[in-house]
Design a protein around this ligand. Structure first.
Ligand code: FAD
Ligand code: DLZ
Length: 516
């Protein structure tokens, strides 16, 4: 008889073709999955994220059993003295399991590498802790392996997503016509900056009905994690592969065609616009990123969606998503400690309540509370921009983003927050800070119309705070930014201002920051 292997599957590895299962044997190997309080609380995840992950884990375990796998599943209980005997981490959970009789003949442990550094460090200790061979396999659900990214990065003075993305287009053949990009251009972003109007036809995302498993998890989360951020009512995410595939088809038929045009737009009362809401499913492993992109490519080739939509969408996945993952593994663990602007302000309280007089902030945070979702421009140019301009400590910003979004895992969240949004890595990931005054928000949204502040006023108590904060941020960080070639014009404008005007911006910003 073959020796028994323990195959650990993590909550974001819900893929039947995951590398840890590639050579598994249904009759001898044992699949293990653990629901752990430590994973729910290392940051206090949004309640809807907990429901999504735990319900998806339970559905995946059921699917595996139906396919004939032996699965040991450790479930969190909703009632009684739930914490008694609970393992504090994966190591304790694994140790307890290895003491049980059902695992007496275990010869080795197999796991696909975790997505977060903290778990990789933990798992690296296991062969000595358990005196067993522990095989940590590469996660091949990415187009670019960690080694391939490191080689690509090694050959360049400066890392830029756009050049990496072109390599990924060539590698995958997505939107390629022989060796040329479809439409003879790699990037159609300049077509993708239309402001949306409230009278446009707006699709809604796919809504999945809760089944009994999800209802049980809702009860568990309500009982055990009631202090966590976010609303639990109206949970509509899919929790298995079939549901995620339906959500993909729904997006393709109802929203993809307009995705490009309105990618950067924001509208009051429209949290989703033409975005896909597919990140939770892709990050959990319910959808494969390449299969999603191939589906979009097919839609373009069949003439059903314009190129700017298909290209814009595919770039986010084989470009940005792969690129940020590459940066994370290249630069961790130092990356999380970077703080280029030495920003130290605590995160303002209204990030947890949404109670802000700024209509843009109130809208982005309120929908985040409700759904665990905000689209990219809201994350980058509303909540991210405000924290950048106000000089909030990047670690506090990072921990907020990791807590509040249903799609958040450190490998994807940290580079987006600390690098792209807060420029705390000093320009490793992107070439200039995404800093903007109220003018940008006004151009791309209808928020300013209902705001208590006036976006046209530059300074004073009624002026949009972003206007003064913008110049205050630039003045404060002139030494660090003025030599950036992409900031030259902005600093030239600042220097052309009279001293009085400059001072009134700085005073207005100081008055506002005092109120936080
Ligand atoms: P769509 O707009 O429909 O985009 C399609 C897909 O492209 C997404 O599903 C996602 O898989 C991918 N994608 C788009 N932009 C990015 C990006 N910058 N990085 C990686 N993938 C991208 N994304 C996460 O998946 N998890 C996070 O924790 C996360 N944190 C972020 C924090 C900040 C500060 C910022 C600025 C961005 C963050 N993003 C994160 C990226 C992006 O905002 C989300 O992927 C996107 O909003 C998810 O919604 P969607 O599925 O409707 O995306
Ligand atoms: C996010 C999450 C949560 C909330 N709970 C669990 C869990 O109980 N068990 C588990 O295996 N995984 C969980 N996850 C996903 C992990 O946090 C994720 O695998 C790591 O962060 C690595 O990306």
């Amino acid at each position: 008889m073959n020796p028994q292997r323990l195959i650990l599957i993590l909550g974001d590895q819900l893929t039947q073709t995951i590398s840890s299962l590639s050579d598994a044997n249904k009759s001898t190997d044992l699949i293990v999955m653990f629901e752990l309080v430590s994973e729910a609380t290392y940051v206090r995840h949004h309640k809807k994220k907990l429901v999504l992950v735990l319900s998806a884990m339970r559905h995946f375990a059921r699917e595996l059993r139906e396919l004939g796998w032996r699965v040991h599943y450790h479930e969190l209980v909703a009632q009684g003295d739930a914490t008694v005997g609970e393992p504090n981490n994966f190591t304790e959970a694994m140790a307890a399991l290895l003491e049980q009789s059902l695992t007496q003949s275990v010869s080795q442990v197999v796991v696909t590498e975790p997505g977060e550094w903290r778990l990789r460090q933990e798992f690296d200790q296991w062969s000595s802790t358990f005196s067993l061979p522990v095989h940590i396999r590469a996660d091949d659900r990415f187009v670019c392996s960690r080694t391939e990214f490191a080689n690509w990065a090694d050959s360049r003075k400066q890392l830029r997503m756009e050049y990496f993305y072109r390599e990924m287009r060539k590698k995958t053949g997505l939107l390629m016509a022989d060796d040329k990009p479809c439409g003879d251009k790699w990037n159609f972003d300049s077509d993708n900056r239309k402001a949306a109007k409230a009278d446009l036809f707006m699709p809604s995302p796919w809504r999945c009905e809760m089944d009994e498993i999800t209802q049980q998890v809702v009860e568990l989360v309500q009982r055990r994690f009631s202090q966590h951020f976010g609303d639990i009512d109206d949970f509509f995410f899919a929790v298995d592969r079939a549901g995620a595939l339906t959500a993909l088809e729904h997006f393709v038929s109802s929203a993809l065609a307009n995705f490009g045009d309105y990618q950067d737009a924001m509208l009051e009362g429209e949290p989703f616009l033409y975005h896909s809401l597919l990140s939770p499913y892709i990050n959990l492993g319910l959808l494969d990123p390449l299969e999603v992109c191939q589906r979009i490519d097919q839609e373009y080739r069949n003439g059903r969606v314009p190129l700017n939509a298909a290209e814009g969408f595919i770039r986010q996945i084989i470009g940005w998503r792969e690129y940020v993952r590459g940066i994370y593994w290249l630069k961790m663990p130092e990356y999380v400690g970077l703080n280029y602007f030495s920003a130290t302000r605590p995160l303002p309280e209204f990030y947890w309540t949404g109670e802000s007089n700024m209509a843009c902030m109130a809208a982005a945070i309120t929908q985040t509370k409700e759904h665990g979702y905000a689209h990219h421009i809201q994350r980058l140019m509303v909540t991210g921009n405000f924290a950048l301009l106000a000089g909030v400590d990047p670690v506090a910003v990072h921990e907020w983003y990791l807590q509040v979004y249903v799609d958040a895992y450190e490998w994807v969240e940290l580079p987006n927050t600390l690098g792209m949004s807060q420029f705390a890595d000093g320009g490793l990931l992107g070439s200039k800070p995404y800093a903007a005054s109220g003018n940008y928000i006004n151009k791309m949204s209808d928020y300013c119309g209902n705001c208590r502040y006036n976006v046209k006023h530059k300074t004073g108590p009624d002026a949009c705070p972003l206007n003064a904060l913008y110049w205050d941020f630039l003045a404060r960080n002139e030494r660090l930014l003025a030599s950036n070639p992409r900031m030259g014009q902005t600093y030239a404008t600042w220097r052309r201002m009279s001293e009085d005007k400059q001072q009134s911006y700085l005073n207005s910003a100081a008055d506002f920051l005092q109120t936080l």
